[in-house]
Design a protein around this ligand. Structure first.
Ligand code: SAH
Length: 203
């Protein structure tokens, strides 16, 4: 996989993250016209007008999330299921929510084929989080809200970490790491990114 060579130069150095990205075949998550480009370090179109993220950005976000073997993780924006597959190898339990039923179903099929039984994919509005399953040790958004959503922070365990792009969808956004401590929430800005917007409601 070509893009594996560019992960390190983009700052992805965590050995467990690199090993997980080596194991997951991105080609399984990109269908049709763009399948032949699955191994390039580029975002690519997927159905429903959405995108599978650029591998180096997936690597940076996963690394920033500091997933532990016992972590219970919520991903908002399943899309192709690629990011969920990587989280599946690093975490105990992954919940991934997607507002497009078609995407949730096809991601479920690919994850089933790969035998990734610790991932639950749900068609739901992720802007509400997943109150029934909360709290989560880690929350990852792969769609950008305009501000960090307070209701999602509330679903984070003490000591938990949330990684998310924040900003307007038509401009450059910031990748933010939010850490919940005893005294409140600390925010670190990691880099500039470009993601599809977090849209409220089911598609
Ligand atoms: N993590 C994905 C990238 C998906 S792009 C991957 O690895 O392929 C972001 C996804 O977020 C899109 O599929 C979009 O439909 C979804 N999304 C946007 N707003 C959402 C919301 N409120 N709830 C759930 N999913 C949402």
């Amino acid at each position: 996989m070509q893009f594996l060579f560019s992960l390190r130069s983009h700052g992805v150095t965590d050995k467990k993250v690199l090993a997980a990205m080596e194991k997951v075949d991105r080609g399984k998550f990109v269908q049709g016209l763009f399948a032949s480009r699955a191994y390039e370090d580029r975002p690519l179109p997927i159905p429903c007008g959405q995108t599978i993220s650029q591998p180096s950005v997936v690597g940076l976000m996963t690394q920033a999330l500091e997933v532990r073997p016992r972590s219970k993780v919520l991903e908002i924006g399943t899309g192709s299921g690629y990011q969920a597959a990587i989280l599946s190898l690093l975490a105990r339990r992954v919940y991934s929510v997607e507002r497009h039923r078609e995407l949730a179903q096809s991601a479920r099929r690919v994850l089933d084929d790969l035998g990734m039984v610790n991932v639950t994919v749900m068609t739901a509005d992720g802007s509400l989080g997943l109150p029934d399953q909360a709290p989560f040790d880690r929350i990852l958004l792969t769609a950008a809200p305009e501000d960090p959503p307070a209701n999602l922070l509330a679903q984070l365990s003490p000591g938990g970490i949330m990684v998310l792009p924040v900003g307007q969808s038509d401009s450059v956004q910031s990748l933010i790491k939010a850490q919940k401590t005893a005294d409140g929430v600390t925010y670190t800005e990691l880099c500039e990114v470009r993601f599809v917007p977090l849209v409220e409601g089911l598609a």
